[in-house]
Design a protein around this ligand. Structure first.
Ligand code: NAD
Length: 270
């Protein structure tokens, strides 16, 4: 149901790879709520061309950018303001990638050059985006930046590997930059910590199917879907959440505050 929550707002949405991507759903919801935005992804992710379908659906333009390249980000943010006709009101950072996860390296034996890539792509890119936007004075007062994260930043989930370190860093950047951007321009910066979700990035994690079932049974409301995550992102971009900043917001059906559920404990009596 659309309520014009983002009417007149301009945004940049990172990370829509295919129609499973959380960013894809956010773009569809943002469009329904009256926003205009630019879609962006790494040049290599454009090869399949699926993003063009989303661009057509939402009347958006696509600008390729490697989110680890400050030069690409400067071009992306400058051109987005030209295309959209003014400063930006919201940014979705929906980016994650670990070569160590992809190539099956164990956490205790990671390749350190890949580790640097994991941290740069999955966390450093948020710092670079915020810093570039600040230098270009590209975000309107009370603008809202949301990055997606996972609870492995706080608790050990063995197969999440070095992505756990990246998410901890992402959440720390959110607090630190949120402070400075809040003081300077009243821009808000938050992370949303989402349930495991079937997407290309999610499925890259070893044992993902078992894990998603475990999480479902450990969450009083069940796992939150990508569509529900998109709804939450929209509320965070809207003016209804203006005083929320520097937070890690759990969107996980209650998983993060559950020690055990009856459903799970009964399995141990078998
Ligand atoms: N799927 C889950 O279970 C889950 C749970 C919690 C949080 N998240 C987070 O949600 C976010 C979105 O992931 P998703 O699950 O929608 O998967 P996805 O694979 O659809 O999205 C990840 C995106 O990151 C992009 N990306 C990778 N390297 C990049 C670079 N150098 N520059 C720009 N973009 C780059 C990819 O092209 C892709 O579009 C990620 O931060 C992920 O960690 C996912």
């Amino acid at each position: 149901m659309a309520n014009d929550l983002l009417k007149g707002k301009r945004g940049i949405i990172f990370g829509a790879l295919n129609n499973q991507s959380i960013a894809w759903k956010v773009a569809q919801r943002a469009h329904e709520e009256g926003a205009t935005f630019v879609l962006t992804n790494a040049p290599i992710a454009m090869r399949m061309g699926e993003i063009n379908e989303l661009a057509a659906q939402t009347g958006s333009q696509v600008i390729p950018a490697d989110a680890t390249s400050v030069e690409d980000l400067e071009k992306l943010i400058t051109e987005s303001m030209e295309i959209l006709g003014g400063k930006i009101d919201f940014i979705l950072h929906s980016i994650g990638m670990s070569p160590n996860v992809r190539k099956g390296k164990h956490y205790t034996d990671i390749n350190y050059s890949w580790y640097n890539q994991t941290l740069d792509v999955s966390a450093g890119s948020l710092h670079k985006t915020l810093s570039t936007a600040m230098k270009l004075d590209a975000i309107n007062d009370w603008g809202s930046v949301v990055a997606l994260t996972y609870i492995a930043a706080q608790r050990i989930f063995p197969d999440y590997n070095d992505m756990a370190d990246a998410k901890s860093l992402l959440e720390s950047i959110t607090r630190s930059f949120g402070y400075h951007y809040g003081i300077q321009k009243k821009v808000r910066v938050n992370t949303i910590s989402q349930s495991p979700t079937v997407t290309t990035a999610g499925q890259g994690i070893k044992g993902f199917t078992e894990f998603i079932n475990f999480s479902e049974q450990m969450s009083p409301l069940g796992n939150a879907s990508a569509e529900a995550c998109a709804d939450y992102c929209i509320s965070m971009f809207s003016d209804l959440t203006r005083y929320v900043t520097m937070q890690n917001l759990f969107h996980d059906g209650g998983f993060s505050n559950t020690g055990v559920t009856q459903q799970v404990i009964e399995r141990f009596g078998e």
